[in-house]
Design a protein around this ligand. Sequence first.
Ligand code: ADP
Ligand code: MG
Length: 564
Amino acid sequence: MAGDRLILEPNGAEMSDGQKLAAPRILIVEDDPEMVELMQNVLSLARCEVHVARAGGEALELLHRHAAARQEIDLVLLDIMVPGMDGYEVVARVKADPVLHNTAIIMTTALDSVSNKTLGLGLGADDYLTKPFDPQELLARIDAVMRIRRSEQAVRRRNEELSALIEINRMVTSSLELDKVLEATIQGIREILHVEAGSLVLVDEETGNLVFRNTFSPAQGWVTGRTIRPGQGIIGHVVQSGESRLVNNVERDPYFMAEVDDTGIVSRAILCVPLRIRDRTIGAIEVINKLDGEFTRQDQELLEAMAASVAVAVDNANLYRELADFAEELERSQAQLVQAEKMAAIGRLAASIAHEINNPLQAIHNSLHLSMHERLEEGRRRQYLAMAQAEVQRLIEIVQRMLDFYRPSRGGVEPANINGVAENVLALAQKRLQHGNVRVHTAFDPALPPVPMVPDQITQVFLNIVINAIEAMPSGGDLWLETSLSEDGKWVLASFRDTGQGMSSEQLANLFEPFYTTKADGTGLGLAISYGIIERHGGEIEVSSQLNEGTTFVVRLPVNRASK
Ligand code: ADP
Ligand code: MG
């Protein structure tokens, strides 16, 4: 008899996924006391849990009460002719109820006209039984309905798992931050697999040890951040072998080590799968003690599917991190280079700066000396002191300008006028221009709009170009510095034209290359760095040159674009 397998041995029966079946919880809705007693006897013998309601309204209430207590009634044996609300109405209400609609219903009726039966089925009842019925038939029908119901449940559960898996996959792969990926994984495991504890370990690349990165457990024993050696315990074995391990009785497993797999709770069963990427095992996910039954192949497949996307996400996060570190390092060394070039530029100005400082110092010295003369009339003394003070002021300005230029860029973008920058550069290079016999001719457009820039970076660019011009005219010459607005009003231009040696096509082809220099003491960095600065401002540098005649540099900056 079909019913024997399921109902008479409810605790021994196994479903395809290995889960043990609980005894079905059955509600009899019937007002005939003799009928109730008969069914109760049959069902109790079959070890079902039996509840009874004598009217339709009472039945609905009881169903709701059980659902609220998470002890859902699996199946209702419903008489059509019950007092109050009749059986059809109960079927209609149960099937329309969002909480109860999965409850199986077998209608029992003495009316055996076809239309009565079909009415019940049409409303959603799962089966019908005509009274009087044979007890064996009752059990067989219940068995059949319960089997369908359970496979429906399995499908529903599988669906839930799959959509949770898709959701995890989305969460896990949408983040490039390792911590977020790991947290999302552990959250997902908690939701999908009903287990007591779980953890995610990653292999530490340097030591080869396994680090518990994220864990959950009802006890406090399982500490995040704890480290174990490769090969230790089930989790260590899984990482070493790269193969999943499903253990439903840890005492019988040769790899189980209480101190390693210990979670603060008593481990009975462990399911552990490796995190693998490109033939390498980078860690593992371990879950402990399934709450409803034993771990199954299906659980293993589910966890492996999760592990596959987690491994990819962890790998992505690591690559991204490396890339970010590299970019940061690059930025740091670039900033160092810019500063080094600044120092080199200052170095090139140093000799003339010494003069620039020496002259006012000499004047101060003289003024003070004269003012100390004993028989000096007061008016004269004041005049000398005023001269000394003016020179001191000049010195302060020179030093301030040098310091402003010298200190590392703060990198703040602000609207500024390039005329001001050009004037500042000429002031910085003033002595050097004088000593090099360079005549400076300026034509600044007074109506230029301010443009967004990092002023001391643009200062550095202009100073490089001016120093290059001076160095291209060893026996002196002319330097024209002009600023203007492009015809379309979109660019502000600064052009620097010298009457120096000019450049060969080979020089022209290489001058922006880092470390390209034709000078004995050159760094070859000035123009490379200038190029980078102007590019980051969204601008351009153009060069034209004629050997033995001279060179023109034109820097253009966009009026309407913030620098990066
Ligand atoms: P450095 O000045 O240290 O050599 P730069 O990057 O500033 O490095 O310049 C690279 C090279 O470009 C110079 O060595 C020189 O050959 C050439 N160059 C730059 N500006 C001029 C110029 N105004 N006239 C002629 N050659 C120039
Ligand atoms: Mg240079």
